[in-house]
Design a protein around this ligand. Structure first.
Ligand SMILES: C[S@@+](CC[C@H](N)C(=O)[O-])C[C@H]1O[C@@H](n2cnc3c(N)ncnc32)[C@H](O)[C@@H]1O
Length: 238
């Protein structure tokens, strides 16, 4: 499906969301290794779509869709699925995956901040493992944009590296996470990748995100923190 320009111009003081921070995810080698490193699992995508009540006819937007797995699984079930990402390389990979699966989805080269959703409001907006790419002020702007593209009572889903540990215990939790998650080169994200994540990306605390979600116009329906470094929020737009 041809791409249309779905971005709004941003002021000069806006965060440069097309300039990658932290771990390299945009090079051809990083894109082709991403699904293995991340453990992308279409069955897990399907389980999430089921939980969010995504069925044929739902209009879904996945912000920072990466290699597009969730969008492709949604399109397989007859969803009007939109994948949004700033990375041309990621989108090309996602489009090729959709083509191989023989499904049609809408792909937008756009960011959390400048994606301008057109037409009917979305029923479901998702974003996984990506909001941490923005500093906190800009996360709030991104959440406002996500709320603006959702119909009232629509669902917003956020999964990310989110810290639910006590701030005074951050060092031990971060040490433990990196030690447990890091893999040898060529077998997954490495210690250097996780170190760069903590040092150069903008993961933040659950209690900060809760305030931001509220400010953006979301009611939190559920929250889960399966690890002190990771979590999700399921929200409803007021
Ligand atoms: C770790 S990947 C997550 C991809 C996918 N959501 C997943 O769960 O596998 C982060 C993605 O965010 C994208 N990204 C980074 N900053 C962004 C922004 N401001 N707006 C949209 N996408 C962004 C990157 O290009 C990359 O594809």
């Amino acid at each position: 499906m041809p791409r249309s320009d779905t971005t709004t111009p941003r002021p000069a003081w806006s965060f440069r969301e097309y300039e990658p921070v932290g771990v390299d995810l945009g090079s051809p080698a990083a894109v082709s290794a991403y699904d293995r490193n991340q453990g992308t699992d279409p069955d897990a995508d399907d389980a999430l779509l089921d939980r969010l009540g995504v069925t044929a006819g739902t209009r879904l937007v996945d912000l920072a869709c990466g290699t597009g797995s969730l969008v492709v699984q949604a399109a397989r079930r007859g969803v009007e699925a939109h994948g949004v990402d700033v990375s041309e390389e990621m989108l090309a990979f996602a489009e090729a995956t959709a083509e191989r699966a023989d499904v049609s989805a809408h792909w937008h080269r756009a960011g959390f901040l400048d994606y301008d959703h057109r037409g009917r409001l979305a029923d479901v907006v998702t974003t996984r493992s990506a909001l941490h790419q923005l500093p906190d002020f800009w996360k709030q702007q991104a959440l406002l944009n996500a709320a603006a593209m959702l119909r009232p009572s629509g669902t917003f889903y956020l999964w990310d590296v989110i810290f639910s540990f006590e701030p005074a215990e951050s060092a031990e939790h971060l040490h433990r996470w990196i030690a447990t998650a890091a893999r040898p080169e060529g077998q997954g994200f490495t210690r250097a990748d996780f170190e760069a994540h903590v040092r150069e990306e903008f993961s933040t605390y659950a209690w900060i995100l809760e305030g931001m979600l509220d400010q953006a116009g979301f009611d939190i329906l559920s929250r889960a923190f399966p690890a002190p470094t990771h979590g999700e929020f399921v929200c409803r737009r007021r």
